[in-house]
Design a protein around this ligand. Structure first.
Ligand SMILES: [Zn+2]
Length: 272
């Protein structure tokens, strides 16, 4: 039996035709926004703005990957232009927004993407902050699925900052710790050594047990898949943070990366 109640799959969306024979698959956008912004209100009160925003980013990222599988997989071998044309069509048909690629440098892994008439924010009052964290994650998930690379996405203009289109900078992240999403056996072996050395460890492995067992600080066993999920979440955060490094030379990147890893504990130092 699954440990999770809400692990996403398309099945959880349900059979809409059977479930809503009279009302169908449409709902007023006001209700979509009502749900989103009440959820934001509660999440901010409970966890603060930063975690609230990261919840939306992460959920959007998950959605982007599932969306790709469901709607875009058949176009994955197209060149970028062809893929984007199909993506524009699908997003418009579904009423998500009107997507454009403003700048593209595939070699450098840098793109600027705009979304007009955006589902989440177009028409909202000027709040002085970008609010499309879900879109950020969504775009990141789609780009990752299409290219096989990991991207950090940051909204730089939004209806809520007084602009009339949402603009996103899409940057490929440092490749040293990409592919954190799907742990393989080697990742698992590596993972066992990290918690032992971590200073503020949440998890400690029991290296002498025959099968791999993880325990929490109260010595309660933790299911391996739960442990791996949490470890992956941590690595995802690190990957995102690394993408914010502002190096202009290799030396500066080296220095910033070292500083970053020292800041979170030397055990994570990847470069010596
Ligand atoms: Zn926006």
């Amino acid at each position: 039996m699954s440990l999770r109640a809400y692990e996403f799959s398309w099945d959880i969306i349900g059979d809409i035709r059977e479930g809503r024979p009279n009302l169908g698959d449409k709902v007023h956008i006001v209700l979509y926004r009502l749900m989103q912004y009440t959820f934001r209100d509660i999440a901010e009160q409970r966890y603060g703005k930063e975690i609230c925003d990261s919840l939306f980013y992460d959920a959007g990222y998950l959605a982007g990957k599932f969306f790709f599988e469901q709607y875009m997989k058949e176009f994955k071998d197209l060149p970028l232009n062809g893929f984007v044309a199909e993506l524009q069509r699908v997003l418009k048909d579904l009423g998500v927004g009107i997507l454009r690629i403003e700048k593209a440098n595939s070699e450098a892994g840098k793109f600027v993407v705009t979304v007009s008439e955006d589902l989440d924010c177009s028409g909202l009052p000027d709040l002085g902050i970008e609010v499309c964290n879900y879109d950020e994650g969504f775009i990141s998930g789609i780009f990752e699925k299409f290219t096989g690379k990991v991207f950090n996405v940051k909204e730089v203009d939004c209806w809520c900052t007084g602009d009339r289109t949402c603009r996103f900078e899409v940057n490929q992240t440092v490749s040293a710790i990409s592919n954190v999403e799907q742990p393989d056996d080697n990742f698992l072996k590596t993972a066992t050594t990290i918690p032992q050395q971590s200073q503020n460890d949440e998890f400690v492995s029991q290296p002498n047990s025959k099968s791999l067992t993880f325990v929490n600080p109260d010595s309660q066993p933790v299911q391996t898949d739960v442990f791996i999920q949490q470890l992956n979440d941590e690595f995802s955060k690190i990957t995102m943070s690394l993408s914010e490094l502002t190096q202009t030379t290799d030396e500066e990147l080296f220095q910033q990366t070292n500083d970053y890893f020292l800041g979170i504990g030397e055990d994570f130092l990847l470069i010596d």
